[in-house]
Design a protein around this ligand. Structure first.
Ligand SMILES: *Cc1c(COP(=O)(O)O)cnc(C)c1O
Length: 383
């Protein structure tokens, strides 16, 4: 049987060349030549004021949480429908996580419910741009201004997506990207980006990322020796990983166009099923340009999703779901709580199914996946 995997890390051809160059350069640890090239590229092209490569998006989020100077009991608002790292980074600093319900159309935090969840202890809002489709950032940023809060965009899935023309991750005070192999662009191994848009965080962000030392200032000749000046950790990306990422950045449009072609093909082939109300397709609000990070469908309920996953698997097609809502997980109960009612988070998360989508998936493979979905509904309708 032919297997169609759920994901394959992107590889466009020049990765080995740049990785070899990094190894031969004699500088393979953090902040080498390729790290500098990537960071400059992000600063010029997103654009943003400061871009720092890190060892993962999880670590970028941890840096952000340290930057906020959170005290135990301080509150951070985010959706419950997200990856654990979004919450964990802030729980690690002693913060209490306040989960707000999502919108069913985009699966993003419902911006109209945030204000009611703000208290005197609220320090930050962390919107997650699910599937690379932006949250309603204008509303979120004006709430942040009104209540003097910091906004950290978890844009792990959002590279090359925009909101009203602005790159995701460059709208809040801080933004984070992931280069994990399941994301659109990858570094070798793990990797992430910390985007600093508010200049008041520039200096400390560099220090936190460099084990709490002012080593970056030392290298710029601003201090004559470097020493321990703050808390921090080792959050640097090694230069071999950065070389791999550089290769992907050089082919940024090739990867984007290829994924978009696949996304649009799924969207077209599955539309008749949506017209017959058997599935729901993703919604892209007008203010958002997305990056084809994910193609998902929603089915009737949990039982139907399980049946469909099994049906696809029997034909060698691997589809997945994710995010058991954090407020219902063991640590989520301990470190956070859901504000108000969970109307959509659990319900919608149980209906969502992600289809195979990766750089280089063929038209035939996408047709096979959609055919298998059609055959499921044909069988189910006749039963
Ligand atoms: C992938 C992902 C992360 C974690 O990224 P890593 O680079 O694997 O640490 C965090 N948040 C969201 C929303 C993600 O999708």
């Amino acid at each position: 049987m032919i297997i169609i995997p759920f994901n394959k890390p992107p590889k466009t051809g020049n990765e080995i060349k740049y990785v070899t160059e990094a190894i031969n350069s004699g500088h393979i640890s953090g902040d080498g030549n390729f790290t500098k090239r990537c960071q400059t590229w992000f600063e010029e092209n997103l654009p943003c004021k400061k871009a720092l490569l890190t060892s993962s998006c999880t670590h970028s989020l941890e840096c952000s949480a340290i930057l906020l100077d959170l005290k135990p009991g301080d509150e951070v608002i985010m959706p419950s429908y997200t990856f654990v790292s979004t919450a964990n980074a802030f729980a690690l600093r002693g913060a209490h996580i306040v989960f707000v319900d999502i919108r069913p159309d985009t699966m993003n935090i419902n911006e109209t419910l945030i204000e009611a969840a703000i208290t005197e202890r609220t320090k930050a809002i962390v919107p997650i741009h699910y599937a690379g489709v932006a949250c309603e950032m204008d509303v979120i940023m004006s709430l942040a201004e009104k209540y003097n809060l910091t906004v950290i965009e978890d844009a792990a899935q959002g590279m090359t997506s925009t909101y009203k023309g602005k790159a995701l991750g460059t709208i809040g005070h801080i933004g984070t990207y992931s280069f994990h192999e399941t994301k659109n662009y990858t570094s070798a191994g793990e990797g992430g980006l910390l985007i600093i848009n508010d200049s008041k965080y520039f200096e400390r962000a560099e220090i936190i990322r460099e084990k709490g030392t002012n080593r970056s200032q030392f290298f710029r000749g601003m201090v004559d020796k470097y020493s321990w000046v703050d808390i921090g950790s080792s959050y640097l990306m090694n230069d071999i990983s950065a070389a791999y990422l550089w290769s992907q950045i050089r082919d940024i449009q090739i990867i984007r166009n290829n994924r978009m072609k696949t996304w649009l093909l799924y969207h077209k082939l599955l539309k008749p099923l949506a017209d017959k109300n058997q599935i729901i397709q993703p919604t892209i609000p007008e203010s958002c340009e997305h990056n084809a990070h994910m193609y998902y469908i929603k089915v009737e309920n949990l039982k139907e999703r399980s049946n469909l996953i099994t049906h696809l698997k029997d034909q060698g097609i691997l589809s997945v779901f994710h995010y058991v809502p954090l407020h219902s997980a063991k640590a989520g109960i301990e470190y956070g709580q859901f504000h108000d009612k969970d109307i959509f988070t659990t319900l919608e998360s149980e209906r969502l199914l992600r289809l195979p989508l990766y750089y280089g998936i063929t038209t035939k493979e996408v047709e096979d996946v959609t055919q298998a979905i059609y055959s499921y509904f044909k069988k189910a309708n006749n039963a």
